[in-house]
Design a protein around this ligand. Structure first.
Ligand code: HH2
Length: 284
């Protein structure tokens, strides 16, 4: 299995990738307001890389439940100085840009980003052409509706089958726009229009998504379903242990990429879970 992202190719031979999250937003659910200053955002990226992140995911728009769309110009106003600052400080950094906007993606790719993380999975058809034109990596994520509406209806007949079928169709959309099969990664969208039970079921049935034969990215870091399970009512920063437990399960069930806030701990957890997964394969 390989994932081609412009001039970078990942092969996932020995361990999953750890993608460090930096949200350049005033309102993200966990780190909102902390990295709005470009210098602070670049410093956070360097910190996460120092902790062992393989790549960083930069976002200029929160997609937490109930959030409202941020215009492309405003997203880019937030992201541009961070992308440029990071390139100056660490030119070899692999950058993913978390955006649903083809215009933001186009500008980010022109400024050196390698991956577009589109939580709407090409809802705007222009996105496919932008990604294809740059031969960039593409993350297709399942979401029901939009961030503003997605938690209104979280009931599914069969959540895993529906997510897998949705992503199969979006792979075809990406391919039709010219995106190479080897550049596509998939994400079940934990917490995006999912109940707690639905999020757990998606983790437990991750092998169904892995069977589509593309790298699978999982984002459980500090999400609220974890707090509902542990009964903690503290801030998202208190959900680190719960996040690590969920990340470990994701890797054991076949995840290739973990999108996380807490990089140093996740890198270690991912190594153990990946080793256990390999051991199981050896037995089977
Ligand atoms: N989760 C969030 C944002 N982007 N992208 C992918 N591919 N998968 C995810 O699970 C995912 C994502 C939400 O987390 P965060 O970025 O921390 O918060 P916010 O959306 O409030 O900025």
């Amino acid at each position: 299995m390989i994932w081609r992202c412009r001039d970078v190719t990942y092969d996932f031979a020995d361990r999953p990738l750890v993608m460090g999250i930096v949200n350049v937003t005033p309102d993200s659910f966990s780190d909102g307001g902390r990295y709005l200053d470009p210098g602070a955002a670049v410093a956070r990226c360097l910190e996460l890389l120092g902790e062992g992140a393989d790549l960083v995911d930069l976002g200029g728009e929160s997609t937490r439940p109930g959030s409202v769309d941020v215009p492309a110009d405003e997203q880019w106003r937030r992201l541009e100085p961070v992308l440029r600052g990071l390139r100056a400080a660490r030119p070899d950094t692999v950058v993913s840009v978390d955006t649903r906007s083809p215009e933001v993606a186009r500008r980010a790719l022109a400024t050196g980003a390698q991956i577009v993380n589109d939580v709407s999975a090409l809802s705007d058809p222009a996105m496919g052409e932008v990604v294809a034109g740059a031969r960039a990596g593409l993350v297709l994520m399942h979401m029901r509706g939009t961030p503003a509406t997605m938690q209104r209806d979280t009931a599914y007949d069969d959540v895993s089958a529906e997510v897998t079928e949705f992503l199969r169709i979006r792979i075809a959309r990406a391919r039709a726009a010219g995106v190479a099969h080897e550049s596509i990664a998939l994400d079940p969208g934990i917490g995006f229009g999912k109940s707690t039970a639905g999020s757990l079921e998606l983790l437990a049935r991750l092998p169904e998504l892995v069977a589509l034969d593309r790298p699978v990215l999982v984002g459980v870091s500090r999400k609220s379903f974890l707090a509902r399970l542990t009964g903690d009512d503290g801030p998202p920063q208190d959900r680190v242990a719960a996040s690590l437990a969920a990340a470990s399960i994701a890797v054991f069930e076949g995840a290739h990429i973990l999108r996380v806030h807490d990089v140093a701990a996740t890198v270690r957890v991912a190594r153990i879970a990946a080793a256990a997964r390999r051991a199981r394969r050896t037995i089977a």
